[in-house]
Design a protein around this ligand. Structure first.
Ligand SMILES: *Cc1c(COP(=O)(O)O)cnc(C)c1O
Length: 386
């Protein structure tokens, strides 16, 4: 089945008790267990308690696993809970390799929380294969990819990193939040697990926080790593509510059509910004002169809805531009229908490596001409005419 069809049908079926076309939300936290079957020593039914499993959550997990081309998925209460859970499958003394340009929360979880529990955290430039090879140690258990990266839009060679990781017996995980399974399919390039913040494009409407891990293991329930992740999910309990699962399932249905709009708009904006005299640099892998463009062409179907640009000047100039815009809201996050712009260094804090003149844009689904007109007006504050 094609992606568009899967997005609408995966994880969904007619409700057998009512014939409802739209699946119900199962709010029940607890489920009947037949005492006679319990007496007869039967194993537990599919559902017993919602922390461990819930029909609405399972529907979302099935849909996400199918869309990403994996064998199973585990959803979490946020992308960060998914990231923490992945890192918690590691043990004291294990090493994890993180990209230098990684979602800052991922680094904070690894370094700020798990380093105290004995996790060794090393950061490398994932776009430099030699650097990655040199950083791999016998106790490296996990290599983390994020591509395109946040906020510099660097492109990492997924297949090459996965192969390097496997040669050293390490698991390879890819944060596919920015690309989505429509544009990039890391499991097909050899990655073991894909992680998403479903808060972003997958739900797509800026109204649900969520995360997911998807595995490629042919028999996930007998894979020790996946079993540990499942245990962290069900015993740790950082799970989304049934209503959040239902909303995310609803958002998923339009993912392919939303992504097309995001990609088209982003490319138009990138060309506009690149030609503007008040703009020093544009980071968007869809631009032919982007250093990751050729690689992105091989491993992505299109280049996504995220871009960042550096204005001529510093922090005041960047924030001045943001203050002039009417259609772009100065706010964090991404993946909703509304365009957002963000001065990234100020949210990442004092140890951020992000340039001070950089603005990150989540290109929304408004008409591109309106977006460009707004940016044009905003950039006039810096004096340059386009
Ligand atoms: C937002 C984001 C996360 C964190 O997800 P939350 O749902 O906010 O916890 C992780 N990775 C990337 C690339 C993100 O954009």
């Amino acid at each position: 089945m094609h992606f568009e069809t899967l997005a609408i049908h995966a994880g969904r079926h007619l409700d057998p008790s009512t014939g409802a076309v739209i699946p119900p939300i199962h709010l029940s936290t607890t489920f009947w267990r037949d005492p006679w079957q319990t007496l007869a020593g039967a194993s537990l039914p599919n559902y017993t308690y919602t922390r461990e499993g819930n029909p609405t959550r399972v529907a979302l997990e099935q849909a996400l696993a199918q869309l990403e081309g994996g064998s199973a998925a585990a959803v979490f209460a946020s992308g960060s809970a998914a990231t923490l859970s992945i890192l918690q499958t590691l043990s004291c003394g294990d090493q994890v390799l993180l990209p230098q340009d990684v979602y800052y929360g991922t680094f904070k979880i690894a370094q700020g929380i798990l380093a105290r529990w004995g996790l060794e955290v090393e950061r490398v430039d994932m776009t430099d294969l030699q650097q990655v090879a040199a950083a791999l140690r016998p106790h490296t258990r996990l290599v983390w990819i994020e591509t395109p990266s946040n906020p510099m839009l660097k492109v990492t060679d997924i297949a090459a990193i996965a192969e390097l990781a496997h040669r050293h017996g390490a698991r390879c995980v890819c944060d596919n939040t920015w690309a989505t399974p429509l544009l990039q399919r890391p499991l097909e390039w050899g990655v073991d697990w894909v992680v998403h913040s479903t808060t972003k494009y997958l739900n797509g409407h800026s109204d649900v926080l969520g995360g997911v891990v998807i595995t490629a293991a042919p028999e996930p329930e007998s894979d020790p790593g996946w079993q540990t992740l499942r245990q962290i999910q069900s015993n740790g309990g950082a799970v989304p509510s049934p209503f959040e699962c239902w909303l995310t399932l609803r958002g998923l249905q339009t993912l392919p059509y939303r992504m097309r709009g995001h990609c088209q708009n982003a490319l138009e904006l990138a060309y506009f910004l690149q030609a503007h005299p008040a703009v020093e640099a544009v980071h968007y892998p869809g631009l032919p002169d982007h250093p990751g463009h050729a690689l992105a062409r091989t491993q992505m179907k299109a280049f996504g809805g995220m871009l960042s640009f550096q204005v001529r000047g510093g922090r005041p100039e960047a924030l001045q531009v943001a203050s002039q815009l009417k259609l772009f809201t100065h706010a964090t996050s991404l993946g909703g229908p509304e365009s957002l712009i963000e001065h990234r260094a100020s949210i990442e804090g004092p140890d951020s490596g992000t340039p001070d003149n950089l603005l990150r844009v989540s290109v929304g689904l408004e008409h591109p001409e309106d977006l460009i007109a707004d940016l044009k007006r905003g950039l006039e504050v810096l004096g340059g005419q386009s």
